[in-house]
Design a protein around this ligand. Structure first.
Ligand code: DSN
Length: 422
């Protein structure tokens, strides 16, 4: 267990919350596909004295003095991010993926301009233009969807028709709840045809791209990639904006992040990003990224064998969306709660053309980044999928649920969360 000597001595309430979370993470199976476990090296950087420092500006161009070490660490993060993704420019300062997307809009658009992005209910993200977000007061969003929710194929013909009609300035690829690869050539060709920037939000699959287990959108001509750093990429919580080759775009991005949107960068988090990017550059990260997908496929096979409908027919990445209401008569919210009670954490999720409400949807979303970090291979991943479905089938049988919970705890004890990946 971790030591929090100073917190323990001075603040029992926070200490108790920390210990509680530690036990929850150690003894439970984390299947939320946007979460992961970072190394102790990343946590040391994130908990470091860099939190004391104000560093508005960029390396070599700061507003305050005392920047020799902040410059070093931010430059390391930038150079490593560029190498990982084959980008000419990287901005590592955004505090989150949402901020990265907002800064990207501010860099590339004028108020009133249009963005063509994926519909939330078909896998897109709130920041891709959902009406509840403030960005929709400043920019206009039009959408594309899947043509066939059983295969996941995007309706590229309709997307092109909408692009020609709406003349977006950005064609935005990327998702937070979609389990197939996108046809990058089609996105870029539609963007070029209508004179738009081709941008992709790779937050979910950044680690798969960095680990060469998924295609790199820059190889297909995307102009900009936005991301988080804490999902499959296994870094500290934060954002990232990568520009393939245009210095003009990169300059606009830097200005939009600071001073456009944010103030002082979180230099302790940037130090954590530098450490995590260094880890992702190691050869073993490729093995990790490939295993994430193999494990998701192993879970997919169990769901298919037990006749549970998966959106897009299954997965080609790290996540699965399952229609538990349609297949088992259990709403996503109830499934989330029941699985939580046996030590499996995942999230309820709206599915395409859902007949239920977003707060009480039909689906669940789960994935393999965290269990793969723990060392699970196909065998353990398939077993987790079996246990999930066994638990849902035994929802009114406390003794069976207790036995499942015990097996989950035993599995977690056998595969402790590692401290280091290098
Ligand atoms: N909250 C993230 C996710 O779970 O996908 C996206 O913002």
């Amino acid at each position: 267990m971790d030591l929090y000597t100073h917190i323990e001595g001075q603040d029992k309430e926070v200490f108790n919350a920390l210990k509680g979370e530690e036990t929850r993470e150690r003894e439970g199976i984390e299947l939320i596909p946007s979460e992961n476990y970072v190394s102790k090296a990343v946590r040391e950087a994130q908990g470091s004295i860099f939190t004391n420092k104000y560093s508005e500006g960029y390396p070599g161009k700061r507003y305050y003095g005392g920047q020799e070490f902040t410059d070093q660490v931010e430059t390391l993060a930038i150079e490593r991010a560029k190498e990982l993704f084959g980008a000419k420019y990287a901005n590592v300062q955004t505090h989150s993926g949402a901020n990265a997307n907002i800064a990207m809009y501010m860099a590339l658009l004028q108020p009133g301009d249009t963005v063509l992005g994926m519909d939330l209910s078909h896998g897109g993200h709130l920041t891709h233009g959902h009406p509840v977000t403030y960005i929709t007061k400043f920019f206009n969003f039009v959408r594309y969807k899947m043509k066939d929710v059983e295969t996941g194929e995007i309706d590229y013909d309709e997307m092109r028709r909408v692009a020609i009609e709406a003349k977006p300035k950005i064609v935005l690829a990327g998702f937070s709840a979609y389990s197939r690869e996108l046809d990058y050539e089609k996105f870029v060709s539609i963007a070029r045809e209508v004179g738009a920037y081709a941008v992709i939000d790779i937050a979910h699959i950044a680690g798969l791209i960095a680990g060469k287990a998924a295609k790199n959108p820059f190889d297909y001509g995307f102009d900009v990639m936005t991301s988080t750093t804490h999902k499959t990429l296994r870094g500290p919580r934060g954002g990232l904006i990568l520009t393939r080759e245009s210095e003009e775009i990169a300059k606009k991005v830097d200005k939009a992040v600071f001073p456009g949107l944010q103030g002082g960068p979180l230099m302790h988090v940037i130090a954590g990003k530098a450490v995590a990017f260094g880890e992702a550059l190691q050869p073993q990260f490729k093995t990790y990224a490939a295993q994430v997908i193999k494990n998701a496929k192993a879970m997919e096979e169990v769901f298919r064998a037990r006749n549970v409908r998966m959106l897009a027919g299954g997965t080609s990445n790290h996540l699965i969306l399952a229609d538990v209401f349609g297949s088992l008569g259990i709403p996503g919210k109830e499934a989330e709660k029941l699985l939580d009670s046996v030590g499996i954490t995942l999230n309820k999720n709206v599915i395409a053309d859902d007949t239920r409400s977003p707060m009480d949807p039909s689906g669940i979303r789960f994935g393999t980044p965290a269990i793969t970090t723990r060392g699970f291979k196909e065998k353990e991943s398939a077993r987790v999928a079996e246990l999930m479905l066994d638990a849902l089938a035994a929802k009114d049988e406390p003794a069976k649920l207790e036995a499942i919970h015990q097996e989950i705890k035993d599995l977690c004890a056998k595969f402790p969360i590692p401290d280091s990946f290098v």
